[in-house]
Design a protein around this ligand. Structure first.
Ligand SMILES: Nc1ncnc2c1ncn2[C@@H]1O[C@H](COP(=O)(O)OP(=O)(O)O)[C@@H](O)[C@H]1O
Ligand SMILES: [Mg+2]
Length: 234
């Protein structure tokens, strides 16, 4: 506990990058299991270089049939579980959502991306409806994470999307994961942010600061969730 699941039906939305940024930050203070459920295993490959934090474990032998059990097993072993999924609408996503304590829906700040994210909201609602038959007040906590946004002021597009999310009651994190070379470089150098070579990657401290804000807000959101709302089907 808690299991944090990254969901977005759109490839390239920033799921894997945001999941790795979050998991490596968590690993500075707590044990975390990353469930790499993408068949291309980007996080397993990243960790195979041998530079993963000692408090981070990667599990990648997951299928549609086993993902629910893998999440439950991981949550019993480590205080944090982070799940990275492939960008599909496959059943594996619904199984992972069913075991989630918090869902993050990464989306790039364009109208088209925001519309794609609505597929993720539909899956969350479908899961909630199933449990609400027994627990009418049940809500699965989730939030949109704006990714790859400009470090400069919010674009008009993002402001418009925020306003439409506000009116639709869709929660989003105040912290955005900005477009930064350091987040890309984590994968090319196969290193956590803190170990990237400052001579080759610009603005690493800013990327670390942004990552810490992201983790802090996720933890705050999870803490603020009412325990009665956070129970899964009994
Ligand atoms: N915050 C970011 N800053 C810079 N590049 C990013 C950021 N987030 C994602 N990317 C890049 O965008 C591409 C898609 O990101 P990825 O995390 O693989 O998305 P997904 O897992 O949703 O398919 C990758 O090339 C990745 O390096
Ligand atoms: Mg991915």
């Amino acid at each position: 506990m808690p299991s944090i699941v990254f969901v977005s039906p759109k490839g390239g939305a920033g799921k894997t990058t945001s999941a790795l940024v979050l998991a490596t930050q968590i690993a500075q203070g707590a044990d975390v299991t990353v469930i790499d459920a993408d068949p291309n295993h980007p996080i397993k490959t990243w960790a195979a270089a041998g530079n993963a934090p000692s408090r981070m474990t990667v599990v990648s032998d997951v299928t549609e049939e086993t993902i629910a059990d893998r999440i439950v097993e991981a949550a019993a072993r480590t205080p944090f579980v982070v799940v990275d999924l492939e960008g599909t609408a496959a059943a594996i996503v619904a199984y992972a959502i069913a075991e989630a304590d918090f869902v993050i829906v990464p989306t790039q700040g364009s109208q088209l991306d925001a519309e794609q994210a609505s597929n993720a909201f539909r899956l969350i609602r479908a899961h909630e409806r199933g449990i609400q038959k027994h627990k009418p007040d049940y809500r699965l906590p989730y939030a949109v994470l704006f990714t790859r946004t400009s470090v400069a002021i919010s674009s008009r597009d993002t402001k418009h999307i925020r306003a439409s999310f506000d009116s639709a009651g869709i929660p989003y994190l105040k912290t955005e994961l900005h477009e930064r070379a350091a987040y890309k470089a984590m994968f090319s150098f196969r290193q956590p942010l803190e170990s990237l070579p400052a001579s080759e990657v610009s603005n690493i401290p800013k990327a670390i600061e942004n990552a810490k804000e992201f983790l802090a807000e996720v933890i705050e959101r999870i803490r603020c969730t009412k325990p009665s709302n956070n129970e899964k089907a009994a």
